[in-house]
Design a protein around this ligand. Sequence first.
Ligand SMILES: Cc1cc2nc3c(=O)[nH]c(=O)nc-3n(C[C@H](O)[C@H](O)[C@H](O)COP(=O)(O)OP(=O)(O)OC[C@H]3O[C@@H](n4cnc5c(N)ncnc54)[C@H](O)[C@@H]3O)c2cc1C
Length: 199
Amino acid sequence: MYDIIIVGAGPAGLTAAVYARRAGKSVLVLEKDTFGGQVTFSPRLENYPGFQEISGNELAQRMLEQAMALGAEIDMDTVTEVLDGEVKTVVGEAGRYEARSVIIAAGARHRRLNLPREEEFIGNGISFCAVCDGAFYKDQHVAVIGGGNTALQEVVLLADICKKVTVVQNLAFLTGEEKLIQLLQSKNNIEYILSLIHI
Ligand SMILES: Cc1cc2nc3c(=O)[nH]c(=O)nc-3n(C[C@H](O)[C@H](O)[C@H](O)COP(=O)(O)OP(=O)(O)OC[C@H]3O[C@@H](n4cnc5c(N)ncnc54)[C@H](O)[C@@H]3O)c2cc1C
Protein backbone atom coordinates (compact mmCIF):
# COMPACT_ATOMS: atom_id res chain seq x y z
CA MET A 1 0.00 0.00 0.00
CA TYR A 2 1.30 3.44 -0.98
CA ASP A 3 0.69 6.78 0.66
CA ILE A 4 -0.03 8.30 -2.75
CA ILE A 5 -0.67 6.91 -6.21
CA ILE A 6 -0.35 9.41 -9.03
CA VAL A 7 -2.13 8.69 -12.30
CA GLY A 8 -0.14 10.19 -15.18
CA ALA A 9 3.57 10.88 -15.55
CA GLY A 10 3.27 14.20 -17.35
CA PRO A 11 4.82 17.38 -15.89
CA ALA A 12 2.01 17.66 -13.31
CA GLY A 13 2.25 14.04 -12.16
CA LEU A 14 6.04 14.09 -11.95
CA THR A 15 5.98 17.41 -10.08
CA ALA A 16 3.50 15.94 -7.62
CA ALA A 17 5.80 12.93 -7.21
CA VAL A 18 8.77 15.18 -6.40
CA TYR A 19 6.79 17.09 -3.78
CA ALA A 20 5.30 13.93 -2.28
CA ARG A 21 8.66 12.21 -1.98
CA ARG A 22 10.18 15.30 -0.39
CA ALA A 23 7.34 15.16 2.13
CA GLY A 24 8.39 11.59 2.94
CA LYS A 25 5.42 9.85 1.31
CA SER A 26 5.66 6.55 -0.54
CA VAL A 27 4.67 7.19 -4.13
CA LEU A 28 3.70 5.15 -7.16
CA VAL A 29 3.26 6.93 -10.50
CA LEU A 30 1.31 5.05 -13.19
CA GLU A 31 1.66 6.08 -16.82
CA LYS A 32 -0.19 4.57 -19.74
CA ASP A 33 1.78 5.93 -22.61
CA THR A 34 4.75 8.33 -22.59
CA PHE A 35 6.73 9.42 -19.56
CA GLY A 36 6.64 13.20 -19.72
CA GLY A 37 3.18 13.45 -21.25
CA GLN A 38 2.29 16.06 -23.85
CA VAL A 39 5.46 18.05 -23.44
CA THR A 40 7.32 15.27 -25.27
CA PHE A 41 5.49 16.38 -28.44
CA SER A 42 7.26 19.73 -28.29
CA PRO A 43 10.56 19.64 -30.19
CA ARG A 44 11.71 22.91 -28.64
CA LEU A 45 10.68 24.78 -25.50
CA GLU A 46 11.85 28.33 -25.00
CA ASN A 47 9.61 29.36 -22.12
CA TYR A 48 10.62 27.03 -19.29
CA PRO A 49 12.49 29.06 -16.67
CA GLY A 50 16.06 27.94 -16.21
CA PHE A 51 16.41 26.55 -19.73
CA GLN A 52 16.98 28.95 -22.58
CA GLU A 53 16.06 26.18 -24.96
CA ILE A 54 15.35 22.51 -24.31
CA SER A 55 13.53 19.78 -26.18
CA GLY A 56 10.34 18.42 -24.64
CA ASN A 57 11.88 14.97 -24.54
CA GLU A 58 14.94 16.12 -22.64
CA LEU A 59 12.88 18.11 -20.15
CA ALA A 60 10.61 15.11 -19.61
CA GLN A 61 13.63 12.86 -19.10
CA ARG A 62 15.04 15.22 -16.49
CA MET A 63 11.71 15.38 -14.66
CA LEU A 64 11.49 11.60 -14.67
CA GLU A 65 15.04 11.18 -13.40
CA GLN A 66 14.44 13.72 -10.63
CA ALA A 67 11.30 11.93 -9.42
CA MET A 68 13.05 8.54 -9.55
CA ALA A 69 16.18 9.83 -7.81
CA LEU A 70 13.96 10.98 -4.96
CA GLY A 71 12.55 7.46 -4.70
CA ALA A 72 9.25 7.61 -6.56
CA GLU A 73 8.24 4.28 -8.08
CA ILE A 74 7.21 4.67 -11.67
CA ASP A 75 5.37 2.02 -13.66
CA MET A 76 3.49 1.56 -16.90
CA ASP A 77 -0.21 0.83 -16.61
CA THR A 78 -3.43 2.28 -17.95
CA VAL A 79 -5.68 3.19 -15.06
CA THR A 80 -9.29 2.37 -15.81
CA GLU A 81 -10.96 2.99 -12.46
CA VAL A 82 -10.35 4.42 -9.00
CA LEU A 83 -12.46 2.91 -6.23
CA ASP A 84 -13.12 5.20 -3.28
CA GLY A 85 -12.98 4.14 0.35
CA GLU A 86 -10.73 4.66 3.34
CA VAL A 87 -8.14 2.90 1.23
CA LYS A 88 -8.37 3.81 -2.45
CA THR A 89 -8.03 1.04 -5.00
CA VAL A 90 -6.57 2.01 -8.34
CA VAL A 91 -7.53 -0.43 -11.03
CA GLY A 92 -5.22 -0.71 -14.01
CA GLU A 93 -5.19 -2.96 -17.04
CA ALA A 94 -2.13 -4.71 -15.62
CA GLY A 95 -2.89 -4.73 -11.91
CA ARG A 96 -4.65 -3.31 -8.85
CA TYR A 97 -2.91 -0.95 -6.45
CA GLU A 98 -3.84 0.50 -3.07
CA ALA A 99 -3.13 3.92 -1.60
CA ARG A 100 -4.33 6.29 1.06
CA SER A 101 -4.63 9.08 -1.52
CA VAL A 102 -4.79 9.30 -5.29
CA ILE A 103 -3.74 12.24 -7.42
CA ILE A 104 -5.19 12.21 -10.91
CA ALA A 105 -2.82 14.10 -13.20
CA ALA A 106 -4.09 12.56 -16.42
CA GLY A 107 -3.83 15.79 -18.40
CA ALA A 108 -6.19 17.01 -21.05
CA ARG A 109 -6.64 16.15 -24.68
CA HIS A 110 -6.77 18.78 -27.37
CA ARG A 111 -9.68 18.26 -29.70
CA ARG A 112 -8.49 17.01 -33.07
CA LEU A 113 -9.94 17.84 -36.49
CA ASN A 114 -9.28 14.29 -37.73
CA LEU A 115 -7.53 15.53 -40.84
CA PRO A 116 -5.25 13.25 -42.85
CA ARG A 117 -1.72 13.14 -41.33
CA GLU A 118 -2.81 15.44 -38.48
CA GLU A 119 -1.01 13.47 -35.75
CA GLU A 120 2.20 13.52 -37.77
CA PHE A 121 2.29 17.31 -37.88
CA ILE A 122 1.54 17.98 -34.20
CA GLY A 123 4.55 19.87 -32.87
CA ASN A 124 5.74 20.41 -36.42
CA GLY A 125 3.23 22.83 -37.94
CA ILE A 126 0.15 22.09 -35.85
CA SER A 127 0.10 23.68 -32.39
CA PHE A 128 -2.43 24.11 -29.64
CA CYS A 129 -0.94 27.06 -27.79
CA ALA A 130 0.04 30.43 -29.24
CA VAL A 131 1.88 31.52 -26.09
CA CYS A 132 3.94 28.34 -26.24
CA ASP A 133 4.56 28.05 -29.98
CA GLY A 134 3.60 31.37 -31.61
CA ALA A 135 7.21 32.50 -31.93
CA PHE A 136 7.95 29.53 -34.21
CA TYR A 137 5.54 31.01 -36.78
CA LYS A 138 7.03 34.50 -36.81
CA ASP A 139 6.36 36.29 -40.12
CA GLN A 140 4.42 33.31 -41.45
CA HIS A 141 0.78 32.87 -42.49
CA VAL A 142 -1.08 30.81 -39.87
CA ALA A 143 -4.66 29.58 -39.52
CA VAL A 144 -6.50 29.44 -36.21
CA ILE A 145 -9.39 26.98 -36.07
CA GLY A 146 -12.27 28.27 -33.97
CA GLY A 147 -13.95 31.58 -33.29
CA GLY A 148 -14.62 31.50 -29.56
CA ASN A 149 -12.80 33.36 -26.80
CA THR A 150 -9.87 30.96 -26.56
CA ALA A 151 -9.25 31.03 -30.30
CA LEU A 152 -9.60 34.81 -30.53
CA GLN A 153 -7.17 35.37 -27.66
CA GLU A 154 -4.68 33.26 -29.59
CA VAL A 155 -5.38 35.36 -32.71
CA VAL A 156 -4.63 38.59 -30.82
CA LEU A 157 -1.24 37.23 -29.92
CA LEU A 158 -0.47 35.70 -33.30
CA ALA A 159 -1.50 38.83 -35.23
CA ASP A 160 1.42 40.67 -33.64
CA ILE A 161 3.90 37.95 -34.53
CA CYS A 162 2.74 36.52 -37.84
CA LYS A 163 2.45 38.00 -41.29
CA LYS A 164 -1.18 36.98 -41.61
CA VAL A 165 -3.74 35.08 -39.52
CA THR A 166 -6.73 33.32 -41.05
CA VAL A 167 -9.53 32.54 -38.60
CA VAL A 168 -11.53 29.49 -39.66
CA GLN A 169 -14.91 29.10 -38.00
CA ASN A 170 -17.66 26.57 -38.71
CA LEU A 171 -20.43 29.05 -37.77
CA ALA A 172 -21.43 32.14 -39.74
CA PHE A 173 -20.26 34.38 -36.91
CA LEU A 174 -17.59 34.56 -34.21
CA THR A 175 -18.71 33.48 -30.75
CA GLY A 176 -15.98 35.27 -28.77
CA GLU A 177 -16.55 38.39 -26.67
CA GLU A 178 -17.39 41.60 -28.49
CA LYS A 179 -14.39 43.31 -26.92
CA LEU A 180 -12.04 40.75 -28.45
CA ILE A 181 -13.76 40.99 -31.84
CA GLN A 182 -13.34 44.78 -31.77
CA LEU A 183 -9.71 44.41 -30.87
CA LEU A 184 -9.19 42.15 -33.87
CA GLN A 185 -10.91 44.67 -36.15
CA SER A 186 -8.15 47.14 -35.34
CA LYS A 187 -5.59 44.79 -36.91
CA ASN A 188 -5.10 44.65 -40.64
CA ASN A 189 -3.52 41.22 -41.08
CA ILE A 190 -6.48 39.03 -40.10
CA GLU A 191 -8.89 37.36 -42.53
CA TYR A 192 -11.94 35.21 -41.73
CA ILE A 193 -13.35 32.08 -43.30
CA LEU A 194 -16.79 31.59 -41.76
CA SER A 195 -19.47 28.91 -42.16
CA LEU A 196 -16.91 26.27 -43.02
CA ILE A 197 -18.72 23.15 -41.92
CA HIS A 198 -16.71 20.35 -43.53
CA ILE A 199 -13.15 21.13 -42.62
C1 LIG B 1 2.93 20.24 -29.37
C2 LIG B 1 2.93 20.81 -27.96
C3 LIG B 1 3.81 21.83 -27.65
C4 LIG B 1 3.83 22.38 -26.36
N1 LIG B 1 4.74 23.33 -26.08
C5 LIG B 1 4.80 23.84 -24.84
C6 LIG B 1 5.78 24.81 -24.51
O1 LIG B 1 6.59 25.20 -25.35
N2 LIG B 1 5.79 25.31 -23.24
C7 LIG B 1 4.88 24.89 -22.30
O2 LIG B 1 4.94 25.37 -21.17
N3 LIG B 1 3.95 23.98 -22.58
C8 LIG B 1 3.89 23.44 -23.82
N4 LIG B 1 2.93 22.52 -24.12
C9 LIG B 1 1.92 22.19 -23.10
C10 LIG B 1 2.46 21.19 -22.06
O3 LIG B 1 2.95 20.05 -22.73
C11 LIG B 1 1.28 20.82 -21.15
O4 LIG B 1 0.83 21.98 -20.49
C12 LIG B 1 1.73 19.81 -20.08
O5 LIG B 1 2.23 18.64 -20.68
C13 LIG B 1 0.54 19.43 -19.19
O6 LIG B 1 1.03 18.56 -18.21
P1 LIG B 1 0.10 17.54 -17.43
O7 LIG B 1 1.00 16.69 -16.63
O8 LIG B 1 -1.00 18.28 -16.78
O9 LIG B 1 -0.64 16.67 -18.58
P2 LIG B 1 -0.05 15.73 -19.72
O10 LIG B 1 1.23 16.24 -20.25
O11 LIG B 1 -1.19 15.52 -20.66
O12 LIG B 1 0.26 14.36 -18.97
C14 LIG B 1 -0.76 13.50 -18.55
C15 LIG B 1 -0.20 12.09 -18.57
O13 LIG B 1 -1.19 11.22 -18.01
C16 LIG B 1 -1.20 10.03 -18.77
N5 LIG B 1 -2.49 9.39 -18.59
C17 LIG B 1 -3.69 9.84 -19.03
N6 LIG B 1 -4.67 8.99 -18.70
C18 LIG B 1 -4.06 7.95 -18.04
C19 LIG B 1 -4.54 6.75 -17.47
N7 LIG B 1 -5.84 6.43 -17.51
N8 LIG B 1 -3.67 5.89 -16.88
C20 LIG B 1 -2.33 6.22 -16.84
N9 LIG B 1 -1.83 7.35 -17.38
C21 LIG B 1 -2.68 8.21 -17.97
C22 LIG B 1 -0.95 10.49 -20.20
O14 LIG B 1 -0.47 9.44 -21.03
C23 LIG B 1 0.08 11.58 -19.99
O15 LIG B 1 1.41 11.09 -20.05
C24 LIG B 1 2.89 21.93 -25.38
C25 LIG B 1 1.98 20.91 -25.70
C26 LIG B 1 1.99 20.34 -26.97
C27 LIG B 1 1.01 19.23 -27.30
